[in-house]
Write a protein that binds this ligand. Structure first.
Ligand code: MV4
Length: 449
């Protein structure tokens, strides 16, 4: 096992990793920008290294600075958290070239899943059900029009390098194909330097269901059920739950096994998430994320497992501490993302926290790097905390969420907390009857002035 791990991240996820290290008797090294000298992750780690100025590209994304921090402190492994360098195959290669261990998948797996066409080809070959569409990339408008005719409209054109909704265009009818195809290509080129696109049947009212998988890198893998992350705004998740309110035990076992078998077959190591659109009782693969996700705590809650501890174990070459038969769902968990943002436009709201009080009690977990008097810097994303509640069933989790939100105090900046109080009054949220478009429609009707 490692003696010392460097955490190449900040905020609540850095704390999450430091906590796992401490429980495992591993020393932790925080890295930070000059804007984060007073950040909680720096205080909580055993050691810290300043790696550069506020701008992410010069600090949290600076590969030389992070490798140097490992060399200075003698850290043997790097946990990337989420975002930043967590899905950068080039970084993984450099880490290995310095005889350090990347706590996460191989550079190859990250590269494969980072290219959406290659990811889909790979998953299809492994028996994972995919959205019907083009067989690989589509190079010309003529070809695109033929595919549109074959699979029927509406279709969606996606950049293979896309992400976060960029480089994605819907063509409702054949008349829209030309501009959708050209716009998706142009966005792929300008955002990612890659104009390759592919085409899928456009699903109009799906849910976003993602399966958590975990592999040992040696041909063994399990699934930890699904999360329903359909409540999103502009491709940012705001409310996530597990299990999915629309998924039966039979469906979970079936799609879960397909996913676990697929990642076992490629010797996948560590945590991964296989994203699906779910409509009319069918799962359609869209993407795979090769990192620990923001919303992992809802899965940890219902399975009573520590996914970060498990990531560290397999990265050190140890076996996984659980098998599929050990993974039995206990109750229901919900996470809400607390962002420092001003409603109704969700504009970032950095500033000084004059008072912070985290809720507690049975079934409540608050992952946050806030403290009284902390100043949220303006340079990074606006996530300032995650409130995760766990109950014996969904109604209990919802009641606990309302109770915990009532206890939470974040003074000094605007937050998304009022949104959650309002959502907990909505019949669709209370019944779990929502899809990927529900929140945007609700916001249009209820919040926008
Ligand atoms: C789709 C889709 C409908 N049909 N693909 C959005 C981001 C990217 N990860 C995939 N996305 C979508 N792909 C087909 N064939 C609808 C979306 C989509 C979406 C997906 C998940 C959660 C929220 C979403 C919001 C808008 C569009």
């Amino acid at each position: 096992m490692f003696d010392k791990i460097l955490i190449a991240n900040r905020g609540e996820i850095a704390l999450r990793v430091i906590r796992a290290c401490r429980e495992m008797g591993i020393q932790s090294v925080a890295v930070h920008s000059t804007a984060d000298s007073d950040a909680m992750h720096v205080r909580m780690a055993d050691e810290s290294v300043c790696i550069g100025p506020p701008t992410s590209t010069q600090s949290y994304l600076s590969i030389p600075a992070i490798i140097s921090a490992c060399e200075i402190t003698g850290a043997q492994a790097i946990h990337p958290g989420y975002g930043f360098l967590s899905e950068n195959a080039n970084f993984v290669q450099i880490v290995q070239d310095h005889d350090l261990t990347f706590i996460g998948p191989t550079a190859d797996h990250i590269r494969t899943m980072g290219d959406k066409i290659t990811a889909k080809d790979t998953m299809k070959a492994l028996g994972v059900p995919c959205v019907p569409g083009s067989d690989g990339g589509v190079a010309s408008l003529e070809e695109a029009e033929k595919i549109g005719k074959d699979i029927g409209y509406p279709v969606i054109i996606k950049a293979t390098a896309g992400g976060g909704g960029k480089g994605m265009k819907v063509a409702q009818t054949a008349k829209d194909m030309k501009s959708a195809f050209q716009t998706a290509r142009a966005e792929g080129k300008s955002n990612f330097g890659n104009d390759e696109v592919y085409i899928e049947k456009y699903l109009t009212t799906p849910r976003h269901i993602e399966i958590q998988v975990f592999g040992d890198g040696k041909g063994k893998a399990v699934h930890l059920g699904e999360r329903d992350c359909s409540l999103q705004r502009r491709h940012q998740k705001v409310f996530e739950e597990a299990p999915g309110p629309s998924i039966t035990a039979e469906e979970r076992a079936r799609i879960g096994k397909v996913c676990a078998d697929a990642v076992a077959k490629i010797n996948y190591i560590g945590a991964g998430t296989i994203e699906f659109l779910y409509e009319n009782g069918e799962f359609y693969f869209i993407e795979m994320n090769t990192r620990l996700q923001v919303e992992h705590p809802v899965t940890e809650a219902i399975f009573r497992q520590d996914l970060v501890r498990e990531q560290i174990r397999v990265a050190a070459g140890l076996p996984m501490s659980f098998g599929q038969d050990d993974l039995v769902i206990d109750g229901h968990a919900i996470e809400v993302r607390i962002n420092a943002e001003k409603l109704p436009n969700f504009s970032p709201c950095p500033g000084k926290i004059t008072q912070f009080h985290a809720p507690g009690g049975l079934g409540v977990r608050m992952d946050s790097a806030l403290y009284d008097g902390y100043s949220i810097p303006p340079y990074y994303d606006s996530l300032i905390g995650k409130l995760i509640v766990h109950g014996r069933d969904r109604p209990e989790a919802l009641a606990r969420l309302a109770r915990a939100l009532g206890e939470l105090i974040v003074d000094g900046v605007d937050t998304t907390v009022p949104l959650f109080h309002a959502l907990l009054q909505e019949p669709a949220v209370l019944s779990g009857d929502y899809n990927i478009h529900w929140l945007e429609h609700w916001l249009d009707e209820n919040l926008q002035a």
